[in-house]
Design a protein around this ligand. Structure first.
Ligand code: TYM
Length: 334
């Protein structure tokens, strides 16, 4: 069993990333330690290049995100690194570009969403993004990939790439990785629009809680979060048509490690005038200590960079034999 996951380095991490991914990563790290094994977690800085990031933003966000992961509890028991420091990702990606098919990539919803109508103007990297993601996973022969729902399609593509490569070259090099989509890892939606996921790219900062936000900002954003005038029902299922209300209950449940049903039972009959302050208190108590560690780490960026370099050396050593086997399988003389 090998566990690996990645996150894009674009802007600050938010509550959606924390509850949807990082919290699971930390839990996974504990679980794997108990089994005498280690997880690989990386910052997808090469993937970030497919968007419109400035050099300064990329450099800063790589260190800031590494600091955030360390602040959230990822430590020496895991291998933490940035993708570009391990050239095996890009090298395997090029080989797998020969395996992936245009039709597969054309079907990717992320590509369709991000490219929009102007496909001719989109970067080639945005189109081949999932092939690099496949390489990220396959270069370590990872078996399990903890991700949110939105990455499921990229995981399916990774399996397709692995299957075709193994078949085309008559090898059993790549295991088929499974997405690990934890029930405790909900899809967190925007605070302004219950139909859109909480995202770094939303132009409204009020739509998300960033992990760097101060206690006051967290409280203010939750106070301004969109809701409705109805009280909370007795059953979570009754919130199906009330996207914003459902999202706030989901956030409360995830922050407190409880089921959404037990949360609505506690607040049944109460309106958001009562629920929002309770949610704000809870959010501040969970996120406040993470932010404090983060602020400390951001004061020592060199040390954070050194952690990434240490992780990259370990990752490169793990990736090297698989890359070599893939190169040999396709006939490259390296
Ligand atoms: P990224 O950077 O968009 O998101 C990182 C992780 O956070 C989850 N996530 C969310 N979960 C719940 N609610 C939300 N609002 C929310 N927003 C984000 C994502 O599902 C993801 O698990 N392509 C990947 C990065 C990547 C990767 C990989 C992941 C590159 N290579 C290899 C796994 C394995 C991405 O853009 O994630």
């Amino acid at each position: 069993m090998r566990i690996l996951s990645g996150i894009q380095t674009t802007g600050n991490l938010h509550l959606g990333n924390y509850l949807g991914a990082i919290k699971q990563w930390v839990a996974m790290q504990d679980e794997m330690e108990a089994q005498g094994s280690e997880c690989l977690f990386f910052l997808a800085d090469l993937h970030a290049l497919t968007g419109t990031v400035t050099p300064q933003e990329l450099a800063n966000s790589t260190i800031e995100m590494a600091a955030t992961l360390l602040a959230a509890g990822i430590d020496d028991r895991s291998i933490l690194f940035n993708q570009s420091r391990v050239p095996a990702h890009a090298e395997l990606c090029w080989i797998l570009q020969g395996t992936a098919r245009m039709g597969w990539l054309n079907r990717m919803t992320q590509w369709k969403d991000k490219a929009g109508k102007n496909r001719d103007g989109a970067s080639v990297g945005l189109f081949t993004y999932p092939v690099l993601q496949a390489a990220d996973i396959l270069v370590y022969r990872a078996t399990h990939v903890p991700v949110g729902e939105d990455q499921k399609q990229h995981l399916e593509l990774t399996r397709d790439v692995a299957t075709k490569f193994n078949q085309d070259f008559g090898v059993e090099l790549f295991p088929l990785p499974e997405p690990l989509i934890s029930k405790a890892a909900p899809r967190i939606m925007s605070l302004r629009d219950g139909g859109a996921k909480m995202s770094k790219s939303d132009p409204s900062d009020l739509s998300r809680i960033n992990l760097i936000d101060s206690d006051d900002t967290i409280v203010a954003k939750l106070r301004k979060a969109k809701t409705d005038a109805e009280p909370l029902p007795e059953s979570f299922d009754a919130l199906a048509e009330r996207a914003e209300a459902r999202n706030l209950v989901t956030i409360y449940a995830a922050l407190s490690d409880r089921s959404p049903q037990s949360v609505v039972e506690e607040f049944a009959g109460q309106g958001f005038g009562a629920f929002k302050p309770a949610l704000a208190d809870l959010a501040v108590s969970v996120l406040g200590p993470i932010r404090e560690r983060l602020v400390q780490l951001l004061n020592d960026r060199t040390a954070v960079g050194a952690e990434l370099a240490k992780g990259a050396a370990k990752a490169q050593a793990l990736a090297a034999p698989t890359l070599k086997a893939a190169q040999q399988a396709v006939g490259l003389q390296v």
